[in-house]
Write a protein that binds this ligand. Sequence first.
Ligand code: AMP
Length: 473
Amino acid sequence: ASLRENRAKYESMKWAGLPPIEKNFYKESARTASMSQEEVELWRKENNNITCDDLKEDEKRCIPNPVCKFEDVFEHYPDIMANIRKVGFQKPTPIQSQAWPIILQGIDLIGIAQTGTGKTLAYLMPGFIHLTSQPISKDQRGGPGMLVLAPTRELALQVEAECSKYAYKGIKSICVYGGGDRKGQIDMVTKGVDIVIATPGRLNDLQMNNFINLKSITYLVLDEADRMLDMGFEPQIMKILIDVRPDRQTVMTSATWPDGVRRLAKSYLKNPMIVYVGTLDLAAVSTVQQKVIVIPEEEKRAFMHSFIKSMKPNDKVIIFVGKKLTADDLASDFGIQGIPVQSLHGNREQCDREQALDDFKKGKVRILVATDLASRGLDVHDITHVFNFDFPRNIEEYVHRVGRTGRAGRSGEAVTLVTSNDWRFASELADILERANQVIPDELIAMAERYKQSQMRKENEKDIQRPWRKPSK
Ligand code: AMP
């Protein structure tokens, strides 16, 4: 009891003297307020099937109506409107239309949406308003006001690029990531920034060495939370959040909603609302033509080379492989043949990875060989083809990879090589193809059936060996 009492005392001392936080900036437009329940439901249905829920346990609040136009939400923020007009966006994306009115009311939000849906601006724009509308000025704050935690350097850099493109009123942002110039990052952080976009490992390192004050943060984003957990960042996130004030506003995005992410949400968000956009399997892949080729392992290379030969001059392809070694191997194969390529994987130096991405984005090379490091977060609009040389380690990753093409409303094509080693995925893959109205090769169906039979056989054998087990269904 005394420990608990001391802890509470220590906690209140830790947060004493911090300035109050202003969180609610939402003024619903007349147009949004006048939407009927039917109109709201129709809008949600037609916009990737948005579904929302209030996770507050006792009294449920009213989920705000979605905003159909930028003016409905940013009418009073001319800097934001000017930036949106400059880039020529037509209307909010589904996640933005529903997330903005929630976040701007100061409510914590979980957005189940993936890269390519406009999720970054969904949290950045309200973040800018939050930052610039606090009762104290940023100079009095004594540290950054907003923190975005992202799983990979690539995603962190991408968020930073969006941030500097749309920020206004001199908002300064910095990207802090492992492998980058640590001293330069420390210099920037200590000089004073408003927004820190960081991978958890490096930020935790700066925090432990007292290079960064996290107490001033009032707006926190956990971007791609599922991916951060997959990469084992939970301990670092825990350590970082010990120093972030508990009455902050928190936004979390995730492509999926497994138990681990639910647990994270429960620990770090307060009475959040949740917005799901589309179903994982269809949203990203409905504009992509998906071809699946069942092939023996030893014929994969020849198939890939003939595919590359058939590319048109403006085609851009990302070739996904399972191992870093395979990425290097294929890249040098292309090199020997005089075909310009770049490769992206975790063993390459950070500057080489940035160069590879830049060359691919700018079209200096039209082929990028990559491991799953690039399956999420990679935002290159004009990828025409995704070529899955190796099948990914799970079906969700397949969806992410395929989603690298067909972006921003364009059509794209995905070619996936499947060998007998991948048979455990055959059934789920066939389901995805079916729901996206794609051709399902007979060999894939046969493979799924063989796998099912083999699983049943295995179960039966186990039952024979251990008769006390319940019979399998
Ligand atoms: P994200 O899902 O955040 O990775 O965003 C994917 C791409 O969509 C980025 O290049 C954004 O700049 C772009 N984007 C964001 N919002 C909109 C919008 N309302 N209309 C069109 N494109 C958008």
